[in-house]
Design a protein around this ligand. Sequence first.
Ligand SMILES: Nc1ncnc2c1ncn2[C@@H]1O[C@H](COP(=O)(O)OP(=O)(O)O)[C@@H](O)[C@H]1O
Ligand SMILES: [Mg+2]
Length: 390
Amino acid sequence: MSAPRRAPGGFPVVGIIGGGQLARMCAGPAAELGITLSVLAEAPDASAALVIPSAPVGDHTDVDAVLAFAAECDVVTFDHEHVPAEVLSALAASGVPMHPTPEALVFAQDKLAMRERLTALGIPCPRWAEARTAADVTAFGDDVGWPVIAKTPRGGYDGKGVRVVASADDLADWLERAAAEDSPLLLEEKVPFTRELAVLLARSPSGQAAAWPVVETVQTDGICTEVIAPAADLDTDTAARATEAGLRIAGELGVTGVLAVELFELPGGEFVVNELAMRPHNSGHWSMDGAVTGQFEQHLRAVLDLPLGSPKPRHRWTVMGNILGGDHPELYPAYRHVMARDPEIKAHLYGKGVRPGRKIGHVNVSGDDLADLRERARHAADYIEGAVTE
Ligand SMILES: Nc1ncnc2c1ncn2[C@@H]1O[C@H](COP(=O)(O)OP(=O)(O)O)[C@@H](O)[C@H]1O
Ligand SMILES: [Mg+2]
């Protein structure tokens, strides 16, 4: 594995395991900060490998590949949470600083571990249970009311690994697999939320933390399609309590780097925690254009234990619209049209091939009129993905 080329002047190399769009979007801020990135990529044409010169191809489940990669870096961080525990411990034992640490990361990797820990901390969660058998599912549903939500504790994303279940029969296939793998499922009550919110913050190894304003995230079929920053008409007390909960989780779990806490808002200003992510997160893409310090820059500052930047918004509102893969593989002609139609739109494309429902980019737009911004963000995203042609 060839070593990344170091910049003169004592600047560090940050290694990112995984070459997806989150690693890719660190490239701009790293270039500005003078930091060298190196990415352990899934393939030579992985999203981040297309823009980061040091992108050796290697498997994040292969201990030798990960150790060889990390040996050339000053600190290691992650594009996703799929690095297995045994690889993380080998990495920790090798002495290369890693952020987040394996002790914290497990609560973003394993939704059952997360539920246990947050419940022990007294952080509000949906009612939940562990299930191994059909009888467990029936007992839980009869207790909290049907339908219930079932989740595979590990490996899910974009709603994959989440199922709405009307009876234990709906879960026969998952239960069979869970038994074969001796790994239980997570059951949750179906929360009657008024909307979904997210707290995003960064925490450094020396304990400094900075939180962006609480945002609203809109999910369609389990996948994030829109983010409104800050969440409109959010009660200031609810916003403060949600932010405090996020900071407390970060401190108690010893999270380093960016932490996203997904929340369900309940009627009456209460909330419960949905899940945690310990890396830059879709709910923070707005900050690239809408805040003094964007989440990718902040994540780099945090993992290097540099002083954090201000998370202050630059505008009254910023709206983020995700671009999902549709039927049209050619995006560039539409891109041109969107730029001409609305010069205030900031488009971010990930260099990924189009597959239906796949996150391939996003747009941000900021200003004072929220309804207008939402319309413009949606139109631009829809136009680039080919869902509208007018
Ligand atoms: N307990 C629940 N009650 C109601 N909706 C839920 C619940 N859990 C998840 N969802 C819905 O499914 C989406 C995806 O679930 P989540 O656990 O966040 O999985 P992922 O890891 O795929 O993001 C959530 O954003 C929410 O819209
Ligand atoms: Mg989620």
